[in-house]
Design a protein around this ligand. Structure first.
Ligand code: AKG
Length: 282
């Protein structure tokens, strides 16, 4: 196998230093992003029809592909769950998730010839205004994903991410300090479950050690995140949902990945304590 080198030496250095790399206009907006936006627009229309709602949806435009969605969830928030589950099945999204460009990025950044895609580790987040339940606390992706300690999240917005929408915040260089033990449940937030419930040990003091970056982003931009980089969702205080894609890759060649049979974690029905008891505090 041979992969093209998509990053400059400078970009590779930046990724190694920060654990995160912003690549503006990485995807082709017309060829790769718009087909996904069109399908989401169509699916919102189907649900408006299914529930016989008199909400008006304007014809498709890339800037307002989600027109009608805010009114839809204001009518019934549960229909938002139907949208969330449906849009993972959009072929144009799955095609993007398994893009050869992702193989090439992982191969270059980890020096491997054997990238893997985390089955069940890709999806489209819809962070609705003023909702906290699915907001991700400070976390590293590896404990929630497993497969291999060397992995990447490819994070890319479908709509412009503004400051009011709560961009993701990254702790720069935190990946170099290794995996942080976690509490599996947060008594202050009992409604959070699974990966959303994990809280880092000594979170406040830990996070204060690092300088932070909260990049705004446009459709087509890609943010590459190391599995070990500490980051969290911002709070969406705007009046539009924040639509973003997450696609996770890992390095098959890492010996610990092979040792655990590249098994996944929450989404695959595994328990973190069975694989990494040393990372689980309670
Ligand atoms: O987009 C977000 O708010 C958080 C995404 C995230 O933390 C992740 O993909 O690991």
């Amino acid at each position: 196998m041979r992969f093209p080198r998509l990053l400059t030496d400078e970009q590779v250095k930046e990724f190694r230093r920060d654990g995160v790399l912003v690549l503006p206009s990485f995807y082709d907006r017309n060829a790769e992003i718009e087909p996904i936006q069109r399908c989401i627009h169509h699916l919102i229309g189907l649900l408006l029809t299914k529930y016989q709602l008199s909400i008006r949806q304007s014809p498709f435009s890339a800037d307002a592909f989600d027109d009608g969605y805010q009114a839809l969830i204001a009518h019934d928030r549960q229909i938002g769950g139907e949208v969330y589950d449906a849009i993972k099945n959009i072929p144009a999204f799955v095609r993007l998730a398994v893009s050869e460009k992702h193989d090439a990025l992982l191969a270059q950044l980890f020096g491997t010839e054997m990238p893997g895609i985390a089955h069940g580790g890709y999806g489209i987040r819809i962070d609705n205004p003023n909702e906290e339940r699915y907001r991700a606390w400070w976390h590293q992706d590896y404990p929630a994903q497993l497969r291999s300690p060397e992995g990447l999240v490819f994070w890319s917005p479908l709509a412009s991410v503004t400051a009011e929408m709560g961009p993701v915040t990254f702790c720069l260089g935190s990946h170099k300090d290794g995996m942080v033990p976690v509490h599996m449940k947060d008594p202050r937030n009992p409604d959070k479950t699974g990966a959303y419930a994990l809280r880092l040990q000594n979170e406040e003091q830990l996070v204060a050690k690092y300088s932070q970056l909260a990049p705004l982003a446009e459709p087509g931009d890609l943010i590459v995140i190391d599995y070990a980089t500490i980051h969290c969702s911002g709070s969406n205080r705007s009046n539009r949902s924040r639509w973003t894609m997450q696609m996770r890759y890992f390095n098959f060649d890492h010996p610990f990945g092979a040792k655990i049979g590249w098994r996944g974690c929450f989404a695959a029905g595994s328990r973190l304590q069975d694989v990494h008891p040393e990372l689980v505090l309670d």
